[in-house]
Design a protein around this ligand. Structure first.
Ligand SMILES: [Zn+2]
Length: 366
């Protein structure tokens, strides 16, 4: 686990240069896919601005940095979407849960916050949270202090809250920095976009991901290498796949492929019976993404590049499949899975979508 800044050298140098030239914007909008370090950079920038040692991205040792990391510094406020307070829950308990989850997010900004089981409604950034920002903006800070508002997942802000935030962005108070982060910039008011300096966070290089998974999450080299190649530039995705469930999805994907090519119809019926009916849409999409990666590996085997196979654990199974179905057109396989993913995302009936995919995969083998 870590909250250090991983990769994002371009963003780091842009911000460092702005700081050096005293040209920091009053508001930033960090956007990019989940798990690319937007909130880690926001935290680092906040620490750097008020760190006693003036260390780049904060020294993490001085009282100021430690107060920030404990969410106890008056000049740094971290705001993230929160579920509403259940009627039966005492205010004290509710606030305690929110604080605990905020600390979790600060300790590991690469991992999404889960409010379950205590809180179950959809997390949002409400007008009350923006009102609290407005109130603290009015308070005077001593000396030449900076005040930082770090608002994570701004796309989950309600419409009234967004309008209220706009007023702050229109008349930015002096020595105040707002850092907004989002993985879905398309969901944000254009007027918010235009009042912030937008910085796009690109996906991380797989070497960067691999070393973070090894060094910070203590994942062994071979597995870290595999995860980093599958993660599509997102540390969050890499970490999600490190979960045990992942291997189950992979086994399910292989079973689907094998059943699709079986001359007997029973294995496919059995597969759909156990998987398409019981599994959620999200599980199925995850399984299909893996199936696509497996077929990409089949293509490498076909081309004679076994060293490029990502799913090295399943290499013997893949070799065996390719030996049996050597006319399989992997490129068509990848394309028909993309279409199936598309249909399922648009809420196609799962068993139907999977039966149809199975038939088209088999056709690609002829
Ligand atoms: Zn410090």
């Amino acid at each position: 686990m870590t909250n250090r800044i991983i990769g994002q050298e371009r963003i780091q140098s842009l911000l460092t240069s702005a700081l050096d030239k005293h040209r920091l914007a009053h508001a930033y909008l960090f956007h990019g896919q989940p798990g690319t370090g937007k909130d880690a950079v926001a935290l680092g920038l906040a620490m750097q601005l008020i760190c006693k040692q003036k260390m780049p991205w904060g020294c993490r040792q001085c009282t100021t940095c430690r107060q920030i990391l404990n969410l106890e510094h008056p000049a740094y406020q971290f705001i993230q979407p929160v579920p509403s307070q259940p009627k039966a829950m005492k205010e004290e308990k509710y606030l305690e849960i929110l604080r605990e989850r905020a600390l979790e997010r600060i300790a590991n900004p690469y991992w999404p916050v889960d409010y379950h089981p205590e809180l179950t409604t959809l997390p949002v950034i409400s007008i009350n949270q923006v009102r609290a920002i407005k109130q603290s903006v009015m308070l005077k800070l001593g000396g030449s202090a900076y005040r930082i508002f770090h608002i994570s997942q701004i796309d989950k802000m309600t419409a009234p809250a967004s309008n209220s935030l706009l007023k702050i962005l229109e008349e930015p108070p002096p020595r105040t920095l707002l850092i907004l982060t989002t993985s879905f910039p398309g969901r944000i008011l254009a007027t918010i976009h235009s009042r912030c300096q937008n910085l796009h966070f690109q996906g991380m290089a797989s070497e960067t991901l691999q070393s973070a998974l090894e060094d910070d999450w203590k994942i062994e080299t071979q597995h870290a290498q595999f995860l980093s190649k599958m993660a599509g530039g997102s540390l969050q995705r890499g970490l999600q796949m490190a979960d045990k469930e992942f291997d189950t999805h992979r086994q399910t994907a292989i079973a689907f492929l094998e059943a699709s090519f079986d001359d007997n119809y029973i294995p496919l019926l059995d597969w759909v019976d156990t998987n398409a009916i019981n599994n959620s849409k999200a599980d199925t999409l995850e399984m299909l993404a893996l199936l696509q990666a497996l077929i990409r590996d089949l293509m490498q085997i076909q081309l004679g590049f076994e060293d490029r196979v990502i799913n090295t654990h399943t290499l013997p199974v893949l070799r065996q499949f390719m030996a049996k179905h050597n006319s399989f057109k992997a490129d068509i396989g990848i394309a028909v899975i993309s279409q199936a993913i598309d249909y399922i995302e648009k809420n196609a009936y799962l068993p139907m979508a999977l039966f149809s995919l199975s038939r088209r995969l088999r056709e690609a083998g002829k």
